[in-house]
Design a protein around this ligand. Structure first.
Ligand code: BGC
Length: 747
């Protein structure tokens, strides 16, 4: 005992001395840093962080040579893209980088894709947490979760030597077969914009340049480099662009990535309407616009339209732009404006004041966040006869069925891909299964039960296993990726037939969907339960098991409609490019880039649920739908109309948990505008997430911004409130709105 004590005290003194030494060293280092800071300040007055980003940018700009300016407005290649470049070694293995100006203390911008985690790649084999996909996180309708999501990515970017994210995808889901739906936030602009804004706000707070993309109307992958989206301005402003408008307002991102496609004749990255009239003049955006990779098509036109930075190369914004400036074809003031936007963003985001220091990623912390967000994102779609939650102590036998259900869960591909740790990079479009085993996670919940696995490859054997089990849990998947759209919304690989056969053998069949977008469910009436897990990230299986066994009461709701069939979509057949176009823009006789085909958004304002509402088309599962293991009731609606065009409307009501377990309810508020507005039947204008114990009631208040009740007036180029009656509706899904009150807005 004595020895132990003395040993402890020796160890204690050792650590005390070590601690004191470390503190002294830290103080010294800080002092040095502080002095360095002073030196820098003396050397460079713009290093004074009490000045505004605009003031600081202006001061740097005055010192810059033409070559330094040009260096800031283009990328320097991407690993695996085009010819290897001399300065490639200066990159960090990410999607691109912009050189710094060391003599002026301006750092390089190191960019990485980071849709649902920092993109891994063969180049430097980093470790990253894979969060649930973006559409999954939108299913949480949770602004705090969105913030945590962004903060985690921001931290991991910096840990890995990056100071700019290329995440922040928010194209509204007009076309659910779009292969990138999993990278976006669903079909409603208010929901998507609010969530992406909160994500970016917290990401950027980690001293990384935040980004929002792909601006705009890049709603299908098929022909993305050559398609011309034809859409009227009002529909554009009220749908696709509204998501960006809100995202920018809430998140204040330092960067906007313009998209590959053209809109109304001009490619997005040389589209004056998008880049100047709307982004700068209407929204007052002060950051910089970078092109999607290879999305720049010109020098003079793109620069004049408002593109600030070409990525990932310098085909147009390198020597060509320099020549154009020297010959007066592009005014110096225009180049200065691009540089100003970039410098301002560097100061605003904190990347100048907080140089990158690589560090170790907090793996356990990342897992914890990934699991928590996955739990908040899992949508319970069907629960016949309260089959769920399963009772781990009572269930005697469980069949776990599905391709890979023994080893992992699927993720989304393309530039968003986050590779699992310890595995070689999978390439751009490979099926990547995270090592998060449904079989293990389910077995751990029911230690007394016989849990058996069948891959489903032979449906008859899977059905036989299901037949002799108390319950069958079928894990099915639909893989999607950037660069390709889905041919249809069916589960691939005959999984519909597998589910049907298993369900015929055992009605206590629960289907767990691992999908990036909506799927059709021809077997829906035959199964007992359906859980939408999306691409659930690094800890997906644990999260799903926690929901299946009731450790977590699901509270997520669909951020997009699940239609009954493709025939019900606004475009039953996806519009595809004509044969022989090679996926590239054509060239017009004047040298301008030219789209090869067009998609007319003739559904206009009727995006997502607005389409099904307006067309009276029944759906499989509506927007905003999701079950819980408890039930909720709504009462006591009182709406206080906002006064005038600036006043917010206040919607109060009571939500009660009428079941026997605690749970959270996403209470949704919709508005039907006066008939004179010519709008679809209703739109989401706000929501609240309410946590309630069994039997508990809470009064909830949702404030609605006037813009959310407005229409876009093309003639006046402004939002306007229509005079007349507004019907405010409240409830648990877009098709279950028990409360309503009609108000009249005084303008
Ligand atoms: C994608 C972008 C991505 C970029 C860099 C492009 O193909 O559309 O979303 O950020 O590549 O990887």
């Amino acid at each position: 005992m004595k020895t132990t004590i003395s040993l402890r005290s020796v160890r204690g003194s050792f650590f005390l001395i070590l601690g004191l030494a470390a503190a002294a060293f830290a103080a010294h280092a800080q002092h040095r840093l502080h002095n360095q800071g002073d030196d820098q300040k003396q050397q460079h007055p713009w290093m004074d962080s009490t000045l505004s980003p605009d003031q600081r940018a202006e001061m740097v700009l005055k010192e810059m040579t033409l070559d330094e300016k040009i260096a800031l407005v283009h990328g320097n290649g991407m690993p695996g893209w085009g010819k290897p470049r001399e300065n490639a070694y200066m990159g960090n293995g990410g999607a691109g980088f912009v050189l710094g100006i060391p003599r002026l203390g301006i750092p390089m911008i190191q960019m990485s894709d980071a849709a649902y985690g920092v993109r891994s790649s063969a180049e430097n084999g980093r470790y990253s947490t894979a969060l649930p996909s973006n559409v999954a996180s939108a299913a949480s309708w949770d602004t705090e979760a969105a913030c945590e999501y962004g903060a985690l990515i921001g931290r991991e970017l910096r840990a890995q030597g990056y100071n700019m994210t290329l995440g922040g995808g928010v194209n509204v889901t007009r076309e659910p077969r779009n292969g990138r739906t999993f990278e976006y936030m669903g079909e409603d602009p208010v929901l998507a914009g609010t969530l992406v804004g909160n994500r970016i706000r917290c990401e950027q707070a980690q001293n990384v340049i935040g980004d929002i993309k792909h601006y705009a109307a890049n709603d299908q992958e098929t022909g993305r480099n050559e398609v011309d989206v034809l859409v009227d301005k009002r529909s554009l402003r009220e749908s696709d662009l509204l998501a960006f408008e809100i995202g920018i307002e809430v998140g204040n991102p330092a960067a906007v990535m313009c998209s590959y496609n053209a809109i109304n004749g001009d490619f997005a990255c040389e589209n004056k309407y998008l880049l100047t009239d709307v982004l700068r003049d209407s929204w007052g955006f002060k950051g910089f616009v970078l092109s999607d990779w290879g999305g720049t098509h010109s020098t003079i036109k793109a620069s004049a339209a408002g593109l600030d930075n070409e990525e990932p190369e310098d085909l147009y914004f390198g020597a060509n732009l320099k020549d154009a400036v020297q010959s007066g074809k592009v005014p110096m003031s225009e180049l200065d404006e691009h540089v100003r936007h970039i410098l301002r963003s560097e100061f605003l985001s904190g990347i100048v004041d907080h140089p990158i220091k690589k560090s170790v990623v907090d793996i356990e912390g990342g897992f914890e966040t990934a699991r928590k967000i996955a739990e908040q994102s899992t949508v319970l779609l069907k629960n016949a006869d309260s089959l769920l939650p399963l009772d781990g102590a009572k269930v005697r036998s469980i069949a776990v069925i599905g391709p890979h259900a023994d080893t992992g869960m699927i993720s989304g591909g393309g530039s968003a891909q986050v590779d699992p740790p310890g595995r070689p990079s999978a390439g751009w479009q490979a099926h990547v299964w995270y090592p998060s085993s449904p079989l293990k996670a389910v077995s751990a919940k029911a230690p007394g039960a016989t849990v058996q696995f069948d891959s489903g490859e032979n449906p008859a054997s899977a059905a036989a296993l299901a037949k002799k089990s108390d319950v069958a849990i079928v894990f099915v998947y639909q893989w999607t990726s950037e660069g390709a759209d889905l041919p249809n919304l069916s589960l691939p690989d005959a999984q519909d037939a597998l589910i049907a056969q298993v369900a015929a053998a055992n009605p206590h069949t629960i289907v767990v969907l691992e999908t990036g977008t909506a799927v059709t469910m021809p077997w829906i009436d035959k199964v007992g339960g359906v859980v939408e897990a999306w691409y659930a990230g690094s800890k997906g299986a644990d999260a799903v098991a926690n929901v299946l066994f009731g450790d977590v009461n699901p509270g997520a709701k669909l951020p997009m409609t699940f239609p009954r069939a493709e025939a019900d979509l606004p475009h039953p057949h996806m519009v595809v490019p004509p044969p022989g176009t090679h996926g590239r823009a054509a060239v017009a006789s004047n040298g301008d880039a030219k789209p090869t085909f067009s998609v007319r958004y003739d559904e206009g304002l009727k995006v997502g649920y607005k389409w099904y509402d307006a067309e009276n088309k029944p759906v499989l599962f509506p927007f905003g739908f999701g079950l819980s293991y408890t039930t909720f009731s709504y009462s006591a609606l009182a709406v206080k109309p906002g006064a005038g065009s600036k006043g917010e409307t206040t919607v109060s009501f009571t939500v009660k948990n009428t079941g026997s377990r605690a749970g959270s309810e996403i209470a949704e508020v919709y508005a039907a505008l006066p008939a004179s507005a010519g709008e679809p039947p209703k739109r989401l204008v706000g929501w609240a997430k309410v946590q309630l114990n069994a039997g508990e009631s809470k009064q909830v208040q949702v404030t609605v911004k006037p813009k959310y009740l407005s229409i876009f007036d093309e003639a006046r180029n402004a939002w306007k409130l229509e005079p007349g009656s507004y019907r405010i509706m409240v409830g648990g899904s877009s098709q279950d709105l028990p409360l309503n009150q009609t108000i009249s807005l005084s303008l």
